[in-house]
Structure formats: structure tokens, C-alpha cells
Design a protein around this ligand. Structure first.
Ligand code: FAD
Length: 517
């Protein structure tokens, strides 16, 4: 009888040892996480929002969402999961503002950290040269803008839309019309605090823990959770002259764009977009822009053609309007756009930077914001842009684009070259962004399947013509595809992963590394 009891005891002991160390069932993990003391809190129910993003195509339910109030909430959660070892299935994703396109900030049955609830440190400004601001990584860029402007300062490099978090854009790049001069947002950061995949809290910069610093910038959340960032500032302008002109010839359009990004004296913002088969285009512009020559502009017929719009802006302070007008006239005189299509607008710096939010409000009112967004963002070397434009704009898109198509060049010389961000191998490359919206449950040309098929066609063309194109905000399903994406940078990227997140706990939604089972 005694032997049977000992045997039973041994079996229970062995069984509990097995489940505590190997494949610990999710409910038990939930209860052990629930026992931990946090300054913030964890939720196990009603977490559907953490399984949704702007793309609205992939939805992976987490087991829990952590709302941290302190950096130690983040580090103790990750440390706890790290110390469980390779056999637990739990992963962790930092969630910014949910504007990913393909589940990149989601963690199936894992823990999503809601970075917006981390409010330490409070935003603090340093006005001495060079000026900077320390912000929590869950902070929205729009809030940083408003706070900086109270001190006459502003960050240098932006995204087109400001309701994104610092951690979210620094994990990618943060590219907009200022990047030709200042580089992307990952170029305009002095220091970061990061919680690694082992739960260590590390401060890093160009001088301190350099490898982690460069790794995290553009690192797709793979090496650590950014908890705060020191962001470069400059004196903020007050007003903006915002200009649009049209071209029918792609070569002339791109030549002008490249001329502007390489000139010493230029605009402060340079972008552009493709217009396919739009009727009443200039009429729409009239609500916010004024034609320089209204009579001539009214005679311009935009219908049934592919047009290219150069969009530029010059910042200025009130009282210097005449001077800036002279500079603009000089800059425009060097360009070859269709003269009657010159449209101008004058807006505050805030209204200019926050311009996409105005469209967001309108689209939300019409129920058109929360729809699937099968976006495709490409970085195309200058040498291939003409072949690309001819095939993609002239043939594959043919009659509709299902949303804006942005196109503008940037100088690689302005980009830090040791970050994890992958760019084409040429001095000048273009960002081409197909910002499509799909009509839910439509099976037609505006439906998700149709747009995804067209995206695949564009990618197949890029691959077949060996243009050296790289995806931005990429989504791949296999490591093989990621290796091809990183090319010669893969060695460094995977080495960094084994150093900072050896169990592959972080950012599983990127599908780059699998947590060992
Ligand atoms: P999330 O989508 O929540 O996260 C993105 C990735 O970063 C995930 O892998 C996540 O795990 C990781 N992550 C988030 N926070 C952290 C952190 N603190 N530490 C470590 N990893 C973290 N991009 C541009 O470059 N230029 C643009 O002009 C631009 N315009 C956009 C306009 C709109 C309307 C939208 C929806 C997106 C736009 N984007 C643009 C893309 C945008 O920069 C990325 O999708 C960005 O990741 C979104 O930020 P987020 O805060 O929502 O991050």
C-alpha cells in the first residue's frame, strides 16, 4: 500500500513538473500571469480590439492584454515569459495604435502590450542645442506636435498621418515628404530605452549599446519593446505654402522630383501621387486650393488620362510671405509642369501636418475608414522606376487604383545605414504606396480579393524584371521570404535576434521567427 502511495505521489509530481515546464496550458499561464503584481493591469476578456488593425485582414486573438503603467510592468512580463523557457508557447507583441496592415502588432494566444497606457516618462523638453523631447513610446506623434509647438519647436521628420505611435513608426522607418532632407523618423532619434526579449531594460544610442540601438530602429519589434525615445527637434515654422502641379509625362514628372530632392535650395516637403481615370479632379481641389490662373485651369481636362501630381510645400513665418513667394517662384521656374495646373494653398503648420486626419474624419462619417486596407508599399531604385511606371500605372492599374497612389524619391545618403531598415541598393529610390481600400463583401473590382490579386501581380512583375525592389511595411508568411527581403542584412538581423530575443518571444505577428516549441 505504501509503495502504491509513493508511486502515485511520484506520478503526480512528474505530471505537474511536465506541465509546468513543457507546453504549459494557456489557462494555467493566464492564472500565473494574473497573480503577478502590476502597476497597471491585465485583461483576459474582451480583447477583440487587440486582434484588429487598420488592414482589417488578419485577426489573431491574444490570451491577455497588458495595460502597463510602468516600464517594470513591461520588463517583468517579458522576464516572466522568458524564464519559462522555450517550451511555453507565450509570445509578446507591443501594440502601438493598431495601424499595422497585416497583424504585425498581434500575438496569437500571447500577450499584447497596450503601449498607449504607458505614460512614463512624462513628455519632457530640452530647449538647449540641439533641442529634443523625451517621450513614452506609446505617445502619438500628433500629441508630440501639439506639445512641441507650445515651445516653438517640432520634430523634423514625419509620417503623412500623425495618429501613430512613436514605437510603431520607429519599428518601421517613418517616411514622408521631409525624408529627402532629414531622412526618415529613425534618423531623427538620439536615444532609446528598450526592454529586450529577456526582460532587460537597456538604454541605447549611437554611443551606448550601439548594436541594440541600430537593431531596434526599423527592427519590426524583433529585438525589444521601445519604452521611451529621445526625438530631435527644430524650430517650428508657423505657416505653410502648399502647392500642387500636374504632369502627363512620367519622365518629366520624375525628373523634376529628382531635381528638387537633390537641389541645395528646395522645398521643405516633396511628395507626389498618381491620378488614374479621375473625373472632376481640379474641381475637387478647388475646395482647399486656389488655381494660380483660374480661367486656364477651368479649361484643363483631366478625364481619362493618367496624371502625375507633384505636391510640394514651403514653410514660412508670417511677415516673410513675400520673400518665400519669391523663393517659390524661382523653384517653380525650374520645373516643367503643365502651367495652367498650378494650385496653391496657405495653411497653418499644424493643419498641413495633420491633413490626413481631416480625410479620416470624413471617411469615418461615411463608414469608409474601418474597411479592409490591402496596402502595398514599395521602395523602387531610381534605375527601375520608368519600367515600373510604364507597366504598373499604364497596364496593371489600367482603369482604377482603389485609393491614393503616392510616389516620391528620397536620397539614401540621408538615411542611417546601420539600422535594420532595408532599402534598395541605390543612392536615390522611390517610395510608391498603393493605399487601397476594399469594399467589404464586394466580389468586384473594389473587393479585397481583386485588390490582393492585383498587388500580387505588381510584386510578380517586380520580381520578374529584377528591379531590386524592396517592400516597406512588408508582410511575408515564411522565413525564406524574409531572408530574401533582408538579403545581405539577414546575417546581422538574425544574429541580433539570438542576442536580444533568443527565444523569439517578441512581435510574432511579423512571421520572421517562430518561438521554439
Ligand atoms: P502598430 O501597428 O501597433 O505596431 C507596428 C509594429 O511595431 C508591430 O510589429 C508592433 O509590435 C511594433 N511596435 C509597436 N510599438 C512598439 C514599441 N513601443 N516597441 C517595439 N515595437 C513596437 N508609415 C510611414 O512610414 N509613412 C506614412 O506616411 C504613413 N502613413 C500612414 C497612414 C495611415 C492612415 C496608416 C494607417 C499608416 C501609415 N503608415 C505610414 C504606416 C505606419 O507607420 C505603420 O503602420 C506603423 O507601424 C503604425 O504605428 P502604430 O503605432 O499603429 O503601430
Amino acid at each position: 500500500k505504501q509503495y502504491t502511495m509513493i508511486l502515485r505521489f511520484l506520478m503526480v509530481f512528474l505530471f505537474s513538473f511536465t506541465i509546468s515546464k513543457k507546453n504549459l496550458p494557456i489557462p494555467i499561464l493566464r492564472s500565473s500571469l494574473a497573480d503577478m503584481a502590476f502597476n497597471g493591469h491585465l485583461t483576459f476578456e474582451k480583447n477583440e480590439h487587440a486582434a484588429k488593425d487598420f488592414g482589417d485582414i488578419y485577426h489573431f486573438m491574444p490570451s491577455a492584454v497588458l495595460y502597463p503603467k510602468s516600464v517594470s510592468d513591461v520588463s517583468s512580463t517579458i522576464k516572466y515569459i522568458f524564464e519559462m523557457g522555450a517550451s511555453s508557447e507565450l509570445t509578446v507583441a507591443a501594440g502601438g495604435h493598431g495601424h499595422s496592415l497585416a497583424g504585425q502588432a498581434q500575438a496569437y494566444q500571447g500577450v499584447v502590450i497596450n503601449m498607449g497606457s504607458l505614460r512614463e516618462p512624462e513628455m519632457s523638453f530640452h530647449a538647449e542645442e540641439p533641442p529634443y523631447v523625451d517621450v513614452s513610446a506609446g505617445e502619438l506623434w500628433v500629441n508630440i506636435l501639439h506639445e512641441s509647438l507650445k515651445r516653438g519647436l517640432a520634430p523634423k521628420s514625419w509620417t503623412d498621418y500623425l495618429h501613430l505611435t512613436v514605437g510603431g513608426t520607429l519599428s518601421n522607418a517613418g517616411i514622408s515628404g521631409q525624408a529627402f532632407r532629414h531622412g526618415p523618423q529613425i534618423n531623427n532619434v538620439y536615444q532609446l530605452q528598450v526592454v529586450t526579449g529577456k526582460g532587460d531594460v537597456v538604454t541605447c544610442s549611437e554611443e551606448q549599446n550601439t548594436d541594440l540601438f541600430y537593431g531596434v530602429l526599423g527592427g519590426l519589434g524583433q529585438f525589444g519593446v521601445i519604452t521611451w525615445a529621445r526625438i530631435a527637434l527644430e524650430p517650428a515654422p508657423k505657416m505653410v505654402k502648399w502647392i500642387r502641379v500636374l504632369y502627363t509625362d512620367f519622365s518629366i514628372f520624375s525628373k523634376d522630383q529628382e531635381h528638387l530632392i537633390c537641389s541645395e535650395m528646395s522645398f521643405d516637403y516633396i511628395e507626389g501621387f498618381v491620378i488614374i481615370n479621375r473625373t472632376g479632379l481640379l474641381n475637387n481641389w478647388r475646395s482647399s486650393f486656389n488655381a494660380k490662373d483660374p480661367l486656364q485651369a477651368s479649361q484643363f481636362n483631366s478625364e481619362g488620362r493618367i496624371l502625375y501630381c507633384l505636391e510640394v510645400a514651403k514653410y514660412f513665418d508670417p511677415g516673410k510671405s513675400d520673400l518665400v513667394n519669391q523663393i517659390i517662384d524661382t523653384l517653380l521656374s525650374e520645373l516643367n509642369y503643365i502651367q495652367c495646373t498650378l494650385f496653391l494653398s496657405e495653411v497653418s503648420y499644424v493643419d498641413f501636418l495633420d491633413r490626413v486626419h481631416v480625410s479620416e474624419i470624413k471617411l469615418r462619417e461615411k463608414g469608409l475608414w474601418e474597411v479592409p486596407h490591402p496596402w502595398l508599399n514599395l521602395l523602387i531604385p531610381r534605375s527601375g522606376i520608368h519600367e515600373f511606371a510604364q507597366e504598373v500605372f499604364g497596364n496593371i492599374l489600367a482603369d482604377t487604383s482603389n485609393g491614393p497612389v503616392l510616389i516620391y524619391p528620397v536620397n539614401k545618403s540621408r538615411w542611417r545605414n546601420r539600422t535594420s531598415m532595408v532599402t534598395p541598393d541605390e543612392d536615390v529610390f522611390y517610395l510608391v504606396a498603393f493605399l487601397s481600400s476594399a469594399t467589404p463583401s464586394s466580389t468586384g473590382k473594389d473587393g479585397l480579393e481583386h485588390i490582393l490579386t492585383r498587388n500580387r501581380r505588381i510584386l510578380r512583375f517586380c520580381e520578374a524584371s529584377r528591379l531590386g525592389v524592396k517592400q516597406y511595411l512588408a508582410h511575408y508568411s515564411t522565413q525564406k521570404e524574409w531572408k530574401a527581403h533582408f538579403g545581405t542584412q539577414w546575417e546581422v538581423f538574425s544574429q541580433r535576434k539570438s542576442t536580444y530575443d533568443p527565444l523569439a518571444i517578441l512581435a510574432p505577428g511579423q512571421n520572421i521567427f517562430q518561438k521554439a516549441k
